[in-house]
Design a protein around this ligand. Structure first.
Ligand code: EPU
Length: 438
């Protein structure tokens, strides 16, 4: 079993280049299913979730040509959705973003089916807002037996006004994709405003769609008959950047976090400044440094432009080292504190009550053997291990590799003592392999 071994306690120095955004990639790749022609996608992250999405599309007949590790040409001209093999459904069950296939298939073929996206890591993850939106566009949607089946009643979806009862990234993405080729005008109100929503809109527009208002809470889409090929470069990953910023906050040192959009990081930068971390913005980088003691603070996660839930575990790991009491409140997911048990193995003092984590900062954490419970939980234990005294072993790193490109190499270049080793596992110590839903 592969695991990370970290000898913690070193400050980080140097420059780290941030990869393309995972959550943009996993929306844009299925959206490319709508395109008759070649989409050249640049700045793609090399992560296993992207591989999984591409393998799914390949089963449907898409042609994938890698130009270099982060640039790809994806041709979905001849995709089809009949008699898709069981191997493909095994992949759609692994990742959350596979449900974007529903919006894309409906838009392209007027009918769609896929599996429900697997088990669940942080509480109930309903899809009622996806179903509400697609139904309003004129689809009959049936969710049963672990599958989602949908069919446009008149063969083609029809634009309408949809109000989302809950701000949802996934529902916003699915409805945007489906509405891009619907007949007439669609207005989606109370939508998510995350950077990857804007990125998806920009991608769709560069392929011939007419999507306006992304980044505000109302998106207006005039449906077009077909999308055509083109070239699109993805935005950098806000959360990957935030994770390196958190690592510098926890370890001290000075790092240029490069190839970022500093505006996307403001919610993270301003929290770190409250914690006595210096963050200076350049045009496409932030310089993060810490010399003095960390200061405790309170954090509440919210949809963008609030503090991202996907940074909640990493910021908790940093706050474990800040003297005083910090309160972190989770405002998006019902249950995102499973990793707290892992941090406690490293000496963290955290009490979770409902959606709040009360953190009593300790002088320093101590290395231990811990597990990545999900993608960001895995990032949090790596951040904790980098700052801790002694040796930390991180197990179940496949979760981390779903969303972080070359984490070990990038951290080593900053002076961290982290290695990936392959150690035989003791069967009695482990249960069955689980797949994360991210
Ligand atoms: N919700 C509903 N009904 C729905 C959809 C969502 O009630 O139909 C609720 C959820 O239960 C949750 C809230 O709305 O309480 C927000 O869920 P959202 O739909 O925004 O989340 P998602 O689309 O499933 C994406 C990211 C997550 C990130 C969330 C929130 C992808 C593939 N995943 O999930 O990213 O936490 O938005 O920002 O884009 C990660 O990258 O580690 C990750 C988990």
């Amino acid at each position: 079993m592969e695991k990370y071994v970290i000898h913690g306690g070193q400050p980080l120095h140097g420059r780290v280049e941030i990869s393309g955004a995972k959550n943009a990639a996993v929306a844009i790749i299925p959206a490319a299913l709508m395109v008759r022609g070649v989409c050249r996608l640049e700045n793609l992250p090399q992560i296993s979730d992207v591989d999984t999405q591409l393998r799914i599309l390949t089963y449907m007949g898409a042609k994938v040509k890698m130009i270099n590790p982060s640039t790809m040409e994806l041709d979905c001209t001849n995709v089809q959705i009949d008699n898709l093999p069981e191997e493909m459904w095994e992949l759609t069950r692994r990742i959350r973003a596979s449900y974007y296939l529903i919006g894309a298939m409906l838009g392209r073929f007027g009918e769609a089916y896929s599996t429900m996206p697997g088990g669940c890591n942080f509480g109930v993850r309903p899809i009622d807002q996806h179903v509400k939106g697609l139904t309003a566009l004129g689809a009959e949607v049936d969710v049963s037996g672990g599958f989602i089946n949908a069919r446009a009643k008149t063969g083609r979806l029809k634009g309408t006004t949809i109000y989302l009862d809950k701000v949802s990234v996934g529902a916003t993405v699915n409805i945007m994709i489906a509405a891009a080729t619907a007949e007439g005008r669609t207005v989606i109100e109370n939508v998510a405003r995350e950077p990857h929503i804007v990125d998806l809109a920009n991608f769709l527009n560069s392929m011939g769609a007419d999507v306006r208002g992304a980044g505000t809470d109302v998106i207006k889409i005039r449906g077009v008959k077909h999308l055509h090929g083109g070239t699109y470069a993805l935005i950098p990953d806000q959360i990957e950047a935030g994770t390196y910023m958190a690592a510098v906050a926890a370890c001290g040192g000075s790092v240029q976090v490069a190839n970022v959009i500093p505006k996307h990081l403001e919610c993270i930068s301003s929290k770190l400044r409250e914690m006595n971390v210096q963050v200076e913005e350049g045009d496409d980088f932030v310089l993060v440094s810490r010399e003095g003691m960390l200061r405790h603070t309170n954090v509440k996660t919210m949809p963008y432009p609030g503090f991202p839930t996907d940074m909640q575990p990493q910021i908790c790991a940093v706050l474990c080292c800040a003297p005083g009491v910090s309160v972190v409140t989770e405002g998006v997911w019902d249950s995102r504190y499973k990793y707290v048990a892992e941090l406690k193995k490293m000496g963290a003092q955290i009490q979770v009550e409902d959606q709040a984590a009360f953190i009593q900062g300790v002088g320093h954490l101590t290395g231990a053997t811990v597990k990545a419970c999900d993608l960001r939980a895995g990032a949090a234990v790596v951040v904790a291990g980098l700052a801790a005294h002694g040796v930390t072993k991180v197990e179940d790193i496949f979760y981390i590799e779903r969303g972080y490109e070359n984490l070990v190499g990038k951290l080593q270049a900053l002076g961290a003592d982290i290695r990936c080793i392959d150690e035989p596992e003791t069967p009695s110590a482990r249960g069955p392999v689980r797949w994360a839903v991210i």
